[in-house]
Ligand binder design. Structure first.
Ligand SMILES: [Zn+2]
Length: 1022
């Protein structure tokens, strides 16, 4: 036979495009349209319904960026199209085209259809433009149509260019000209047979694209499509569609091969809680997407929808209570399925220890309390890499499964597994799945199903994967066209077997078929988006500050409740926590959102700080009384400066003069300065760089010979694609050392003298204060930057005379080790890493820590220098660099411009224990208040390896005290926990404060036996 594959395929494409798609609607009738422009932020339905509407012609423009226009649509369905009268196999529906562009759903105009009595029917979006005209809902008894469409003029922010600066990210810069024109608003008569034929053709034509043309099955499908083309008459598609379907029937009836891959197709809509839109728009996106899902469920009882993020349910509950009740009903039926159990789909690299735990606590409590279900998986398809602390936290929150697919974005290495055990720093494991379809927005096309089957790495041992299907990022969700593909591929030769399913059913099936999955140990580093540790420094600082203020507020409010009976501000704390948890969403805290989102985050953090300071002040006032003695308050878990951890002490007098005076080096200030106490001796050269830092007890030098620490380095920072997201490796090859100091002088700082260094470069200036305490081993560096660079990366370097094969970085409830060399492609790709409050490098017997108060991005790299010692021609040390600031220009063109203040410390001669202690201390500065008495701590632990991470009252309002402890060094610890208040039973609980067993007691004390990095929650009855 002659090969006509190419010609037949071309013929098919033209037929579908020019005839078949248009024939789904047999006929159309116009409607009357009127509009009302809000001219500002969205309004509730009731306000829109009362407004005065003006006629709006099809084709007329509407909507300046971010504005809302309400359309009122009236008219009637022709009598011969109404239910009961319509020809067999037809139905009438409303079709809306708001002027949709080529951009995908969720990235442009979107609409919500409302009944006149304020019930949401469904959304209208590109590729999902219909509104069902159900009698009694959107169709009057007399055939009349009367409804509202709330149209959001959301701009297409990237508009095809993901690196170009855009003014679209805020109201005040986006312009005031309308950006859409209404294209369609009419009643159409749907020909169901033609719609089914179109779905048949989509399934089979997709298979032609993925099957080998030489395969018998590929040829069979192509011939069937050719037969269909012959029998369907373009001049009478309605009359010949059934014959067309008959021509395809055999090809669609051939069953799948026994070894076909099995796909659990789970309805889904990735809705970024903020990104290229503000959170207020996400509230509406949730309503639109969820109403789409409910509408689809009305059509197909087998569709199940996985929906994460308690925050998004809470928004709908608050703003759309009627819609929420309908969702709750479907949740009860097991069709609308809460997954994930977190407050939002947060970033996992950046949130602090307690905050990441609270993502799960707040999320799960919401799901249990409001929806009566507890998700058993963590669902994070899109977050930018996964902390090695996650397996333990998931397990402690009662979840045993984990889902993501983001690691498929790696730019260098391919993850070897799709289904595996993931083991965290403490040894906890979660059963983990990466959908091999490589997208969380699948449309279940033949190409995607083929990809899932081809890529699935567990072949031969297991054969099942999950495919989340539905439009996403900006929401949208599954469509009837996608469900039609699932139906046709349930058992079809040449395709994986597709089953409409849900997350739990998938995990049950995957566990059952896979007896011994492989294990991945430690963090899942995303080889991509490495700039998200640094972009939008003010958002990051706000997060770090909020997390530590929350610790302080809970600690002192609990202490005041126990000691003085002060009412515990539970509701207020819950509200603040929810704000902080929302800001940890995977496009907010990582710094990858539009200007609107980050300015709002900064305002939120300022308000959070104000409220938390108020709670701390009120609590401390109750605790220390009204005297005028100086009271030092220590919120950190360790004793310092004579004040016990989580306690307070009256001082003899005010604290002052706690830093040493810098003195000129031997020959005068032109040769630099010396800062020295009993522990360390630091030499700063005339340009403000640290050229020596000696541990006096051992004489050991911390700075690499000939190198300068506290060196600011400026890099060209122009990533190849995602501006705010990415730091590319090539930035390291364009480095400017900021050598020159405009001024170096001794100033009188709040704690005593400091050495101040001023540098000017480009359009920016940096002022640094270097301070050494009168005792202790940490040189503190406060860096104030007035930053006006663009596409630059500012790093602060510490070349250290420490030959460390690996570096240690703090993560949640512990730390990870990462190589400092680049032996393998995995090491090489890990050129920018995340750490929380400290990093540490060491040789046996000597180590150095660098702590910080708001920086997350680091690189720690083996460094070779030429001027070695002892006859060697070179030496290897380790350079620790903090990524202080970036200035990406998309999606926020002014990201990071302006003033910043960042602190870090160089801790000379530090073990891991010192690093941990200094990390807490820098982030929880001592408070000095006036009062009449100190505060005895509620809890003391006799082993510093066991850290008190949180002290709070129980979430259930019982008044029980909840303590969260963890082993911080990675080893075994048996510690005595003394409770400084009258108490009854002490139980060990999970993160949600549900008992799992009694604590071991020794008299009044509790004894805890912890393995490395184990997190333990104790619930203490008063
Ligand atoms: Zn996302």
């Amino acid at each position: 036979m002659h090969d006509t594959t190419v010609r037949t395929t071309m013929r098919l494409e033209r037929f579908v495009r020019d005839w078949l798609e248009g024939a789904v609607h047999r006929d159309r009738r116009p409607l009357e349209v009127a509009s009302w422009t809000v001219g500002g932020e969205p309004v509730p339905f009731a306000e829109a319904a009362r407004a005065t509407y003006e006629p709006h012609a099809i084709g007329a423009p509407w909507g300046r960026p971010w504005d809302t226009v309400w359309f009122r649509v009236t008219g009637e369905v022709p009598p011969e199209w109404r239910p009961g009268s319509a020809p067999a196999g037809t139905r009438a529906e409303l079709v809306v085209d708001l002027g949709f562009t080529g951009a995908g759903p969720g990235f442009q105009a979107e609409g919500t259809a409302w009944t006149t009595d304020g019930r949401i029917i469904k959304a209208v979006e590109p590729r999902n433009q219909h509104v069902p005209l159900a009698p009694g809902v959107a169709l009057g008894a007399d055939g009349t149509v009367d409804l509202f469409v709330e149209a959001a003029a959301n701009p297409d922010v990237p508009n095809g260019a993901w690196t170009r600066p855009t003014p679209m990210g805020a109201w005040d810069t986006a312009g005031d000209a309308p950006i859409y024109s209404l294209r369609t608003m009419h009643v159409a008569l749907v020909d169901e047979t033609v719609a089914e034929l179109l779905a048949d053709v989509r399934t089979l034509s997709g298979m032609v694209r993925v099957l080998p043309p030489a395969s018998p099955r590929g040829a069979q499908v192509l011939r069937a499509l050719e037969d269909m083309l012959d029998v369907v008459d373009p001049d009478d598609i309605a009359g010949t569609a059934a014959a067309g379907r008959a021509a395809l029937a055999d090809a669609l009836a051939a069953p799948a091969t026994p070894s076909a891959h099995r796909v659990h197709a789970v309805g889904h809509a990735h809705i970024d809680s903020a990104w290229l839109w503000p959170t207020r728009e996400t509230v509406r996106k949730c309503a639109r997407t969820f109403s789409n899902v409910l509408s689809l469920m009305d059509e197909d009882p087998d569709v199940r929808f996985a929906c994460s993020s308690a925050q998004q349910y809470a928004w709908v509950q608050e703003h759309y209570p009627e819609l929420f009740e309908r969702i709750r009903e479907r949740v009860r039926e097991g069709r609308f399925v809460p997954v994930g159990g977190m407050w939002v789909e947060s970033d996992t690299n950046l949130p602090g220890s307690e905050a990441l735990a609270r993502q799960l606590v707040a999320g799960k409590r919401y799901f249990i309390d409001e929806l009566g279900v507890e998700p058993r998986e963590v669902w994070l398809p899109d977050s930018f890499g996964y902390t090695a602390a996650m397996p333990q936290l998931a397990r402690l929150a009662g979840s045993e499964n984990f889902l993501t697919q983001k690691i498929s974005w790696n730019d260098t290495n391919t993850m070897p597994h799709h289904t595996f055990w993931w083991e965290g720093i403490d040894g906890s494991r979660v059963f983990t799945h990466f959908p091999p379809v490589d997208t969380y927005n699948s449309d279940l096309s033949a190409e995607e199903l083929e990809r899932a089957e081809r890529q699935y790495a567990e072949k031969g041992r297991a054969n099942t994967s999950l495919a989340p299907f539905g439009y996403g990022d900006g929401g949208g969700g599954p469509t009837r066209e996608m469900v039609a593909q699932a139906r046709r591929t349930a058992d079809l030769e040449g395709s994986p077997r597709v089953e409409l399913s849900d997350s739990q059913s998938f995990f049950d099936a995957a566990r059952a078929e896979y007896a011994a999955p492989p294990t991945w140990v430690g963090e899942m580093y995303l080889e991509y988006h490495r700039g998200t540790y640094t972009s939008q420094a003010r958002t990051k600082r706000g997060n770090r500050r909020s997390e530590h203020l929350l610790r302080e507020a809970e600690l002192w409010a609990t202490t005041a409740a126990v000691r003085c009976g002060t009412p515990y501000p539970a509701e207020r704390l819950q509200r603040i926590w929810r704000t902080v948890l929302l800001q940890q969403f995977h496009d907010i805290l990582p710094g990858s959102s539009i200007a609107w989102v980050h300015r709002e985050a900064e305002r939120n953090y300022a308000e959070v700080a104000r409220e938390l300071e108020e709670i701390v002040a009120t609590s401390l006032r109750a605790l220390v009384g009204d005297g005028d003695a100086t009271v030092a308050v220590n919120s950190a878990p360790f004793a310092r400066d004579g004040v016990t951890g989580v306690g307070a002490r009256v001082l003899d007098g005010p604290r002052r003069g706690t830093t040493v005076a810098p003195v000129p080096a031997a020959t005068g200030p032109s040769d630099g300065w010396v800062l020295e106490n009993d522990v360390v001796r630091v030499v700063v050269d005339a340009s403000g760089h640290v050229v020596s830092a000696v541990d006096r007890a051992t004489g050991r030098e911390a700075v690499l010979p000939g190198a300068r620490a506290n060196l600011l380095q400026l890099h060209r920072d122009i990533p190849n694609e995602w501006e705010a997201w990415d730091i590319d490796e090539h930035h390291r090859r364009t480095t400017t050392d900021l050598d020159a100091a405009a001024k170096v002088e001794v100033v009188d700082g709040p704690a005593g003298p400091a050495l101040r260094v001023l540098r000017e470069f480009g359009s920016s200036r940096v002022e640094q204060d270097l301070e050494l305490p009168t005792d202790g081993r940490a040189l503190r560096i406060t860096t104030r930057v007035d930053w006006h660079e663009r596409q630059k990366l500012l790093k602060l370097a510490f070349p250290l005379d420490v030959r460390a094969e690996r570096a240690t970085s703090e993560i949640q409830f512990g730390h990870v080790h990462r190589p400092t060399h680049v032996n393998t492609s995995w090491d090489h790709a890990r050129f920018e890493t995340v750490a929380h409050r400290w990093v540490h490098v060491a040789e046996p017997g000597f180590g150095v820590a660098v702590t910080n108060d708001s920086t997350y991005g680091h690189d720690i790299t083996a460094t070779r220098v030429d001027d070695g010692r002892d006859g060697r021609d070179s030496a290897t040390g380790t350079t620790v660099r903090l990524s202080l600031l970036r200035a990406p220009m998309f999606p926020d063109p002014d990201a990071d411009q302006g003033e910043h203040e960042l602190r870090c410390e160089l801790v000379v001669g530090a073990g891991i224990d010192d690093a941990i202690r200094h990390g807490y201390a820098l982030n929880l500065p001592e408070r000095v208040v006036t009062g009449e008495r100190g505060v005895e701590p509620l809890v003391t632990v006799d082993d510093d390896a066991v850290v008190v991470e949180a002290v709070k009252l129980a979430e259930d309002g019982s008044g029980d005290v909840v303590l969260r402890l963890y082993e911080s060094r990675g080893g075994r610890a048996r510690a005595r926990v003394a409770l400084g208040f009258a108490h009854g039973d002490v139980e060990v609980t999970d993160l949600l404060e549900r008992p799992v067993g009694a604590a071991e007691r020794d008299g009044d004390d509790v004894v805890v036996d912890l393995t490395g990095f184990q997190v333990l929650t104790l619930r203490v009855r008063r």
